[in-house]
Ligand binder design. Sequence first.
Ligand SMILES: O=P(O)(O)OC[C@H]1O[C@H](OP(=O)(O)OP(=O)(O)O)[C@H](O)[C@@H]1O
Ligand code: HPA
Ligand SMILES: [Mg+2]
Length: 165
Amino acid sequence: MSLPEKAFPVSWDQFHRDARALAWRLSGVNGQWKAIVCITRGGLVPAAIISRELGIRLIETVCVASYHDYVSQGQLKVLKDVNPALLEDDGEGTLIIDDLTDTGKTAAIVRAMMPKAHFATVYAKPKGRPLVDTFVTEVSQDTWIYFPWDLGFTYQKPIAEDHAG
Ligand SMILES: O=P(O)(O)OC[C@H]1O[C@H](OP(=O)(O)OP(=O)(O)O)[C@H](O)[C@@H]1O
Ligand code: HPA
Ligand SMILES: [Mg+2]
């Protein structure tokens, strides 16, 4: 297993600001969303922030798992489908939320369930970007985003020591 070249660590504060920025963008897209479908587990945190900002109280989940460790993506498994009531009208008026899109495979599976829904993520990498309607920040494909719920405080070597032969 090889780690991606670049690291993009995100603090709670930064994540809150970025998720709020996503809510601002979404508020300009549609007056009123019927419901949020959040893709667990990563979509749970931005969905909480966006539901608060946009006053959306109907929250549904679709449970998808794929990454077994940091980098390698296994077979995608849908552990729980969306409530069938939300699949009527092909998901029109529904907002799908995830923390990020990377290869776009998760987005493609969930989009196929609700083709008319609006798909939004906080972060996007180039391969997944065409599958997302609204996002806030793009990072390169060779970057790994470290979310605050996966991090703890650790000692950081000075940059100069990293470069020393
Ligand atoms: O665009 P893709 O290459 O499909 O990757 C993006 C997905 O990968 C991560 O979820 P993961 O499956 O690791 O599960 P988690 O949300 O429970 O951490 C992330 O939260 C996205 O849902
Ligand atoms: O860059 C990432 N960070 C965290 N989880 C992920 N799942 C796919 N890509 C990523
Ligand atoms: Mg996820």
